[in-house]
Ligand binder design. Structure first.
Ligand code: FES
Length: 109
């Protein structure tokens, strides 16, 4: 069926732009890519100790814009918040999937 408003693209983005604030770097990644994978593809180092199990919080990133474009908080991230290892503005990059454009930053860059 043809859209009544073809100029409006209401479909979910399949390619998402990630900006890494303060680094001058950005990249385009397929929808569903983990933040940690996107950053590494942009040749940014992301520390990690627990192997992506949402225990260490070393991989956390602050979301500057586009928090609504990330997957829902996982149980592991909820646990990190309960432990005080993840603030309201932060996500564990080993857990958060990218579903739209987002700008992130991290202390380790
Ligand atoms: S790698 Fe440990 S919480 Fe993400």
């Amino acid at each position: 069926m043809e859209s009544l408003f073809p100029e409006l693209d209401l479909s979910p983005k399949q390619i998402c732009k990630v900006d890494y604030a303060g680094t001058g770097r950005s990249n385009n990644v397929p929808r569903g890519t983990l933040l940690i994978e996107a950053a590494r593809e942009a040749t940014l180092d992301v520390p990690q100790q627990c192997g992506g199990l949402a225990i260490c919080s070393w991989c956390k990133m602050e979301i500057v814009t586009g928090a609504q474009n990330l997957s829902k908080l996982t149980d592991g991230e909820e646990r990190l918040r309960e432990w005080g290892k993840l603030s309201e503005r932060e996500r564990a990059s080993c857990q958060a999937e990218i579903h739209g454009d987002v700008t992130v930053t991290a202390r380790y860059w």
